[in-house]
Write a protein that binds this ligand. Structure first.
Ligand code: SF4
Length: 334
C-alpha cells in the first residue's frame, strides 16, 4: 500500500553530486589512500515525505545522513536545505538551522546524557534554542512525552531506568521538541525487539504525518524501509544503484544487487523471487573495484562491467537504475 504523498513543488533537502572522501593510511608503512565513502549521489526529499536508504554495512548510508544534516562537509557537490546552501557545521547559521533538522540514531544510551532525567533531556533543545519560558517549556515537554507514549512518571526517570523502546521514544520526543522539518533516522529501531520495533515505527509514521515532517530513514531492514518510505534509494559502495517507489521497487527490483537484497527478505508462503545468494567479499570502500563496483559479485556481469561505471539512469518516471543491462522493457535475468 502506497503512503499518502503531500504535494508541493519546493524540495526541503537536495543533495547534488555529493561525494565524501576520507584520506587514510594503509598500515604503518603504507601510502595514503582515498576512501570515497559517498561517491556522487543526488536525491531530493520533499516536505512531509520519507526517503528510505538501504544497503549493507559500509555502503555509505550513515555518512549520507550526516551529509544531509551538515554534520559532514561534502568533498564534492553540494547540499541545500529549503533552497539555500547548507551552512558549514559549527557556524551560527548552521546551529540555528539545526532546530529545523534533527538526528535520531540507534544507540539511545549514547544519544542521552545519563546524568539528566528524561524531562531534562527533552527540555534541552528548548533551552539551547531559547524556545518558550520556563512554564511553557514544562508544558511542551509534558505534551511531547505524551505524544510519544511515555507516562508522566517516566519524566523523572533516568535513561538507564527505561527499556530500549522507551528510551527511543524519549530520544524522539527530544528530536521533536524544536518542531523540525526534517528527521534523519539512522537505524532507529534496529536495536529493539521486533514487537517493539513495530510500535515505534507506527508511532514515528503517525507523528510524521500529523506534523508534516520529512524523513531520511536509514536502515538495513528492507521490510521497515518499505513500510515507512515514499521513495527508496538502494546504496552500494557509496553510490545509489537503484531508486524508486517502494512498492514497485520491492515487487520488481531491477538492479542485480537490489534483486539479491529483496530475495533475502523473509516472507511467509512461496517466494516471488528465488533466493539469490551473493558470493565474493562484502564491499570495502578502501578497495573499490574498477567499472561497476558490484561486478565481482554480480551474477550477470558482462566484460564492459569491469571497465565502465554505470551511471544512475531514469528508466521511467518512477525508477532509476545504475546498471549497463537495465532497460525500460526488459528485466535482467539473475
Ligand atoms: Fe552487474 Fe554489470 Fe549491471 Fe554492474 S553494470 S550490476 S556488474 S550487470
Amino acid at each position: 500500500m502506497s503512503l499518502p504523498i503531500l504535494t508541493t513543488d519546493a524540495s526541503l533537502l537536495t543533495l547534488t553530486n555529493v561525494a565524501r572522501v576520507y584520506h587514510t593510511r594503509r598500515g604503518l608503512l603504507g601510502g595514503s589512500v582515498d576512501v570515497r565513502a559517498v561517491d556522487g549521489i543526488s536525491f531530493t526529499v520533499m516536505p512531509g515525505q520519507t526517503l528510505g536508504i538501504v544497503g549493507e554495512s559500509g555502503c555509505g548510508k550513515s555518512t549520507t545522513g550526516r551529509l544531509a544534516l551538515g554534520l559532514e562537509q561534502p568533498t564534492e557537490g553540494h547540499v541545500t536545505f529549503e533552497g539555500a546552501p547548507m551552512p558549514p557545521a559549527g557556524t551560527a547559521a548552521w546551529r540555528d538551522l539545526r532546530r529545523r533538522m534533527q538526528l535520531v540514531f540507534q544507540d539511545t544510551l549514547g544519544a542521552m546524557d545519563r546524568r539528566l532525567s528524561i524531562a531534562e533531556q527533552v527540555a534541552e533543545p528548548l533551552d539551547i534554542h531559547g524556545i518558550g519560558d520556563k512554564s511553557e517549556r514544562a508544558d511542551r515537554v509534558a505534551a511531547l512525552l505524551r505524544d510519544v507514549g511515555l507516562r508522566p512518571d517516566q519524566a523523572i526517570r533516568y535513561p538507564h531506568e527505561l527499556s530500549g523502546g522507551q528510551r527511543q521514544r524519549a530520544v524522539l520526543a527530544r528530536a521533536l521538541a524544536t518542531d523540525p522539518a526534517l528527521l534523519v533516522c539512522d537505524e532507529p529501531v534496529s536495536a529493539l525487539d521486533v514487537s517493539i520495533q513495530a510500535q515505534v515505527v507506527n508511532m514515528l509514521t503517525d507523528l510524521q504525518a500529523a506534523r508534516g515532517i520529512a524523513m531520511v530513514f536509514i536502515s538495513h531492514d528492507l521490510k521497515v524501509v518499505r513500510q515507512v518510505s515514499h521513495r527508496v534509494a538502494v546504496m552500494y559502495l557509496g553510490r545509489i544503484v537503484e531508486e524508486g517507489d517502494p512498492d514497485e521497487l520491492f515487487a520488481d527490483p531491477i538492479h542485480p544487487y537490489t534483486r539479491a537484497l529483496v530475495s533475502a527478505i523473509p516472507v511467509p508462503g512461496p517466494r516471488l523471487l528465488p533466493r539469490i545468494v551473493l558470493t565474493g567479499d562484502p564491499p570495502n570502500p578502501a578497495d573499490r573495484p574498477a567499472g561497476c563496483a558490484f561486478h565481482p559479485r554480480c551474477p550477470v556481469a558482462v566484460p564492459a562491467c569491469r571497465v565502465e561505471t554505470p551511471a544512475l539512469r531514469k528508466l521511467d518516471d518512477r525508477r532509476s537504475v545504475a546498471c549497463h543491462l537495465a532497460s525500460t522493457n526488459s528485466r535482467i535475468a539473475v
